[in-house]
Write a protein that binds this ligand. Sequence first.
Ligand code: COS
Length: 386
Amino acid sequence: MIVDYFLSEEQQMIVEVARQITDEKIIPQRVELDEKEEFPSEILKAVAQADLFGLYIPEEYGGFGGGCFDMVIALEQFSRGCVGVATSFAASALGAYPILIAGSDELKEKYLPQIASGEKLAAFGLTEANAGSDASGIQTTAVLDGDEWVLNGTKQWITNGGEAGIYTVIAITDRSKGPRGASMFVIEATDPGFSYGAKEKKLGIRTSSTRELIFKDCRIPANRLVGRLGTGFFTVMKTLDLSRPGIASLGLGLGQAALDESVIYAKQRIQFGKPIISFQAVQHMLADMAIQLESSRALVYATARYIDSKPKDMSKVSSMCKVAATDMAMKVSIDAVQVLAGYGYMRDYPVEKMMRDAKILQIYEGTNQIQRNVIGQALNKEYSRS
Ligand code: COS
């Protein structure tokens, strides 16, 4: 029994719908999707039919009109089944956020309904070969030529690459202006001069698609600029503030699944004539897993609700919940493999996949070291004010 977080009726419904998709579609297919490294198209169709792609999109653009908390509780369910599937869903929101945060009415009207209905997936293009943690070190350029922007460069490790129809991509528009010299654009999959690299082979989340986005004189209309010229870096930072609690919730679902598997196994596994759950060494491991999981859940839920109150600055709290829940997921999934021991190491049980999948949570959307920098710098600022 987990703590009651007093969800509204609507929120309980979101959990229920996402839980059903997870139990009926994701869990039965996750091993095969992982082994074949196959994109979960059929599952995402079911998510679209259940109207969950529009959870965070305003009703005027065909969405449900919810917010960060609604995304968190849906993502938590999906990642209980498979973080790879949940990542494909979350990455569409990540790609849509820049349009939502900074896009013109025209861009919102054109793209958000397609994303809300699940007709098209979105993706977010920031990372490059030499710009990961150092997000402002990107090299991709966009130059205005008449009434078109011309993009050149390569984005790396882009989730939903090759599967999405809509991409929000940051490029340098004036190198001399530092962080104020980058701008955000919407790219469509069919734009001339836009292509993809090969699908990457990954340690975990193998069902998700990760590819390079390659721009060779890619021409797009001038009105695909998202927000004002030179505001791209700021839009990226605000996007990540909004999306990181979603990554935290992937940690919650994975942590819950790892704990569930561990307790069920420990009750069944007999050694020295008793179920291993009766041994204190195992009980203490399970207790620590449960404590870490529930404290992370409390922090992530509180943070998501706070973010929905639209505070002026949310970087610190967003990073805090990302670190807490994803470090927890890594620890809890490693411990789950330990509780299941020899069986846990075999692919017949799901915990080895959970351990492989957990690792990316500490890396993508900003490594947990970068999150600690953000938190540390925010503390430094807060305490200089008082
Ligand atoms: N919201 C609004 N503005 C922000 C912001 C935020 N969350 N974070 C930074 N800014 C602003 C700063 O205030 C600064 O503006 P001023 O010049 O007016 O003060 C500007 O942006 C530059 O900020 P800063 O100097 O802190 O930028 P840095 O280049 O030092 O980088 C980090 C900051 C490391 C935090 C950033 O590069 C980052 O988040 N990196 C990780 C990126 C990431 O998540 N990559 C994973 C791939 S994305 S899936």
